[in-house]
Design a protein around this ligand. Structure first.
Ligand code: ADE
Length: 250
C-alpha cells in the first residue's frame, strides 16, 4: 500500500514535499488531468516549502560564489540544511532526493519503490548546484531525469511526482493499462492504432483486425522487442531476452 500510517494508525496519502526557490511552479501541470484528479481525491498530497524562508540576512541570500572559482553560484549548505530540517521536523520515512543531472538515472523500478513508500521530499536546486556537504551530511539521494541540463530541479521534481502518482493505487482505472506499458517487462511498449483503419495511405496492421488474441499478443511482443533493440539496446541487453554474455559471443 502507498502512503503511511499516522499516529492514530490511519492511512495518510502519499506525500510529495518540495523544497524550492520557486514555489509558484507547483502544482503547475500536476493540477491537471490524472494527477490533478488524484490530488483532489486526496490519494496524494503536495507540500511546497520556500527555501528562501531559511535565508540569512536582510537580503535573503541563499547562494554564494564557488570556492575554487568558476562560473555561477552555489546554494549555501546552512540555508538548505535549515530548509531540509524544517521539512523533516515531523519525522518521515520518505526518502530525501536532490534532483540533479549528476544523479543516478531515475528509472521505472526506482519510481515503483518511491511510489510504494510514504512519499518523497524533493530538493530543487538552481544555480550551479548546492554545497556538497549538506548532501553528504544528510545522506541525500541524488537522481537525474536524463542526460541533459534543465535550468533547475523543479521540472525534474514535477516529472518524478507525476511518474509516482500515476501508479498509486486507485489513480489509473484499468489495471492492464499499467501492466502493459513501457518498462513494465523491461521492454518499450508496442505501437498503438485506432480508427480510421486507413490513414494517409497507411493501413492498420491486419493482425490487429484478426480477432485472434494469441496472434495479436505474439505480434505485440515481437514489435516491443524490435523497438527496444533498435532504440534502447541498453535496456534489451539488461533483460532476460538476451544477456550481455550471449550477445558478446554471437
Ligand atoms: N536539474 C537540472 N537538470 C536536471 C536533470 N537532468 N535531472 C534532474 N535534475 C536536474
Amino acid at each position: 500500500m502507498s502512503g503511511a500510517l499516522n499516529s492514530a494508525g490511519e492511512a495518510t496519502p502519499w506525500c510529495a514535499t518540495v523544497l524550492t526557490l520557486y514555489p509558484d511552479m507547483f502544482p503547475g501541470p500536476l493540477a491537471g488531468a490524472v494527477s490533478g484528479r488524484a490530488l483532489a481525491r486526496r490519494i496524494w498530497s503536495l507540500d511546497c516549502l520556500d527555501i528562501r524562508d531559511h535565508a540569512h540576512g536582510k537580503h535573503g541570500t541563499v547562494d554564494d560564489q564557488p570556492f575554487g572559482g568558476g562560473p555561477g553560484m552555489v546554494m549555501r549548505p546552512d540555508v538548505l540544511a535549515a530548509a531540509i530540517d524544517a521539512a523533516r521536523a515531523g519525522g518521515s520515512a520518505a526518502p530525501v532526493i536532490y534532483l540533479t543531472p549528476r544523479g543516478t538515472p531515475l528509472d521505472q523500478s526506482r519510481v515503483r519503490e518511491i511510489a510504494a513508500g510514504a512519499g518523497a521530499t524533493l530538493i530543487c536546486g538552481r544555480f550551479e548546484g548546492v554545497d556538497e556537504r549538506v548532501l553528504e551530511g544528510r545522506g541525500i539521494e541524488q537522481l537525474s531525469i536524463g542526460d541533459y541540463v534543465l535550468s533547475g530541479g523543479e521540472i525534474a521534481a514535477l516529472a518524478l511526482i507525476d511518474a509516482c502518482v500515476r501508479i498509486l493505487p486507485g489513480v489509473v482505472g484499468a489495471a492492464e493499462s499499467l501492466a502493459e506499458e513501457s518498462f513494465e517487462h523491461g521492454l518499450l511498449e508496442y505501437p498503438h492504432y485506432t480508427r480510421p483503419r486507413s490513414f494517409e495511405g497507411k493501413d492498420v496492421p491486419a493482425v490487429l483486425l484478426s480477432g485472434d488474441h494469441g496472434r495479436i499478443r505474439s505480434w505485440r511482443r515481437a514489435e516491443a522487442e524490435k523497438t527496444t533493440r533498435q532504440r534502447r539496446a541498453d535496456l534489451y541487453v539488461g533483460t532476460h531476452h538476451e544477456s550481455a554474455n550471449t550477445r558478446a559471443k554471437s
